[in-house]
Design a protein around this ligand. Sequence first.
Ligand SMILES: *[C@@H]1O[C@H](CO)[C@@H](O)[C@H](O)[C@H]1NC(C)=O
Ligand SMILES: *[C@@H]1O[C@H](CO)[C@@H](O)[C@H](O)[C@H]1NC(C)=O
Ligand SMILES: *[C@@H]1O[C@H](CO)[C@@H](O)[C@H](O)[C@H]1NC(C)=O
Ligand SMILES: *[C@@H]1O[C@H](CO)[C@@H](O)[C@H](O)[C@H]1NC(C)=O
Ligand SMILES: *[C@@H]1O[C@H](CO)[C@@H](O)[C@H](O)[C@H]1NC(C)=O
Length: 130
Amino acid sequence: MKFTSVVTSIAVLLVSAVSALWALPISLQPRDVFVPPVTYPHNKTVWIVGQHHNVTWDTSDAPVNITNKIGMIFLRKGGLTTNLSLASNFSILLGRIVVEVPHVETGRDYQVVLFGDSGNFSPFFTITNV
Ligand SMILES: *[C@@H]1O[C@H](CO)[C@@H](O)[C@H](O)[C@H]1NC(C)=O
Ligand SMILES: *[C@@H]1O[C@H](CO)[C@@H](O)[C@H](O)[C@H]1NC(C)=O
Ligand SMILES: *[C@@H]1O[C@H](CO)[C@@H](O)[C@H](O)[C@H]1NC(C)=O
Ligand SMILES: *[C@@H]1O[C@H](CO)[C@@H](O)[C@H](O)[C@H]1NC(C)=O
Ligand SMILES: *[C@@H]1O[C@H](CO)[C@@H](O)[C@H](O)[C@H]1NC(C)=O
């Protein structure tokens, strides 16, 4: 699932409008939004609290100039993004990052969300607190 950053687009439009008005000497370079799909965890994944796993995503469509190369991963539960950060400040071009499964309650409604330019959700998967 994807969502694009409307706020960013509006901000960019405003900045462009203002700079046109005042003719500020700024240089704009072409940048592409990159929202790679998460490939692991998937809907058959079961994680146990305290384990380490590679979250993986597909970088094969990565454009040359990416707006934001810095990634962040948060845990979601029941379709809502939690404040549990699993990883941050890594390059979105890596395609994988090791995370530690946080001490959360058992559930089948977990997802991770990978943020770069925008967010991409994994399928629902299971975490068990044994
Ligand atoms: C899991 O994903 C596979 C492949 O995308 C899909 O065919 C299957 O229906 C999914 N199963 C569940 C329980 O969501
Ligand atoms: C993560 O992936 C790397 C490269 O495939 C592998 O060397 C490493 O053992 C993996 N780590 C975990 C916790 O699975
Ligand atoms: C990427 O950025 C460089 C330097 O800003 C520029 O020269 C190049 O044309 C850009 N390439 C693409 C595919 O946008
Ligand atoms: C996350 O939210 C919970 C509940 O509001 C709070 O107790 C906790 O300190 C927060 N954790 C972080 C890392 O912000
Ligand atoms: C993010 O990573 C870069 C490169 O590894 C490092 O220089 C920087 O200090 C890190 N920033 C934070 C907030 O951890």
